[in-house]
Ligand binder design. Sequence first.
Ligand SMILES: N[C@@H](CCC(=O)N[C@@H](CS)C(=O)NCC(=O)O)C(=O)O
Length: 254
Amino acid sequence: MTSITLYHHPLSVCSMKVRLALEEKGIAWSGRIIDIVRKQEQLEPWYVKLNPKGVIPTLEYRHDTTEIVTDSASIIRSVASLPEGNSLLPNSKRDNQLMEKLIDLADDVDLQILSYARHPSMDKSEKILDDRIKKSLLMAEQHPELRSNYIVCAERSEKSKTFRVDEKFIKDVESKALASITFAEKALQGNTYLLGNSYTLADVIWTVVLSRLDLLGYSNWLDENEFPQLFNYYQRMQNRSSFTDAQIQNKWWD
Ligand SMILES: N[C@@H](CCC(=O)N[C@@H](CS)C(=O)NCC(=O)O)C(=O)O
C-alpha cells in the first residue's frame, strides 16, 4: 500500500494542478501545507532537501521506500501512471502525443510572472518577493551545504521583481499564452474534453490555467464570442466536483 503526501499551498496554482490530478484519479492522499506567503516555509532547510529548488508542490510516495517527485507537470504524469484509480490517459498513441503537447503548452504559460504582474496590491506582492530574497540570503549564510540552492531561490525572486514590471517581457508571455489558448480552442472541436470523450491530464492542467487566467482578469480569453469552445469547456470543468474538492480557488493571496 502506497501512502501519498502532497506538500502544497491552497492558493498556489502549481499545487492546484496536482490536487486536481489526485482528485480526478480518485486516490487517497494527505497534504502538508507549506506557507509560501507569510513564513516562506519553502525555504526551510528540511524542505529544500526534499525539493532542491525550494518551490511547491512536492509529492512523496511512501511504500517500502520513499520516492519524491517535484515539478507539477512531472507530478501529474506520475499520478496518472499509478495503476489504481481512474485512468487519466488517452487510449491511442496519437491522442497521447496531443495530450503531451497540450500539457507542455499549458505548463509553459508563465502564470507566476503574470500573477505577480497583476496582483491587486503591488506593494503586498513585492513584500513577499523581498521576504523570500531576505530569507534565501540568510539561509545561504546559515546553511553552507545548501548555499547554491538558496542563491538560486534568491535569484528567482529577484528576477520576478524585475520582470513583473517589464512591459515587453509581460507582453511576450501574454502573446505566447494567447497562442496556446488558440491551440486549445481548436483542439476542443465541440468535444466535451480536450481529447474528445475522455477526461485526461490535459483537462487537469488546462482547467487550472483557465481558472488562474480568469482570476488575473484576462476576460477576452474566456469570452463566449472570442473563444466559444473554451468558454463552454471552462463552465463544464468548474461544474465537476473535483473543482471544489481540489480547491481550485479564484482567490488572491495577501
Ligand atoms: N515548474 C514548477 C514551478 C513551481 C513554483 O514556482 N511554485 C511556486 C508556487 S506556484 C512556488 O513555490 N513559489 C515560491 C518561491 O518562488 O519561493 C512547478 O510547476 O512545480
